[in-house]
Design a protein. Sequence first.
Length: 322
Amino acid sequence: MLFSPSIYEHAARVIGRSPWEVSRDITLLAAGHTEAHRLYGHRPIVVGIDIYNLEAEAYGAKVTRPLGNGIPAISKHPFSSVREILKLEPFNASAGRIPMAIEAAGKVKQALPDADVRVPLGGPFSVATNLIGFENLLCEVYTDRNLVASALGHLVAGQANFASAIVSAGLDVAFFESAAVPPLMSPEDFRRVEFAALQDIIDRTAEAVGHPVPCIMGGDTTPILDTILETGTGYVCCPSETDQAAFMEKMKARQDVTVRINMDPAIIAAGDFKAIRHEVDRVFKLAADRRNVCLGTGCLPYETDPEVVLRTKEYILGRIGE
């Protein structure tokens, strides 16, 4: 049972800087993730802060500076319809902050040569959400599914360019697609609208990196788990927001796929160690004797106390040794 906390904006906390500062500076981005790994020893290291913004920014979306230690977000979507997405030329690896993300990950790999260092790659539905807005995209799913499916497929070429640049730099890919999950999009729509584009980018990325690609999706994923597994992914997340018992029951037939079972990140952020121990015990019970399993946290909030994370890891290691 490996401990695999999800460290994004929390990497900024580790070095005492704001998420905005770290997200815009190669040296700080590399330093934050390097120091976080030295502190927690987690796998994989996903080098990013606002991991879903990179592609939309490369297409022209503006990411604004938040107040205090908030997470950078897109302030205004550059487009309003999927028809506009269909007119886009695929972005290349020199656009926006993409070169910075790849270079920062390279610096982390240089500092930690034995670590599993990855660059985040967003899925087509998540990219489209950031380009036209979630409400606009869902409305179009309900009015013209085929048009949305075509737009998602159109976005794959840019994602494939990004994946190729990551691999050319000697790095690996972490694939994220949390915008597409139920209940706002039904399992039927997930298959009819999203699946073809998702399958395409996962196939292309797996071919580029030479192994099955992790497909990380947060939210209520149990109703679409069978479809996710059809992509050939080798790593899935069992989010705290879904029916985790039902999810793990389905995964009994897929011992070849690694499962990360997430704790509720709010429990760790709150710092109540009695509650944390109870949550760890709950996840261990879900994992049972499964091979290819690790314990995750969901995205650790910026404000999470590193000492609490370390105590959590210590308790997990104690459970493993029992």
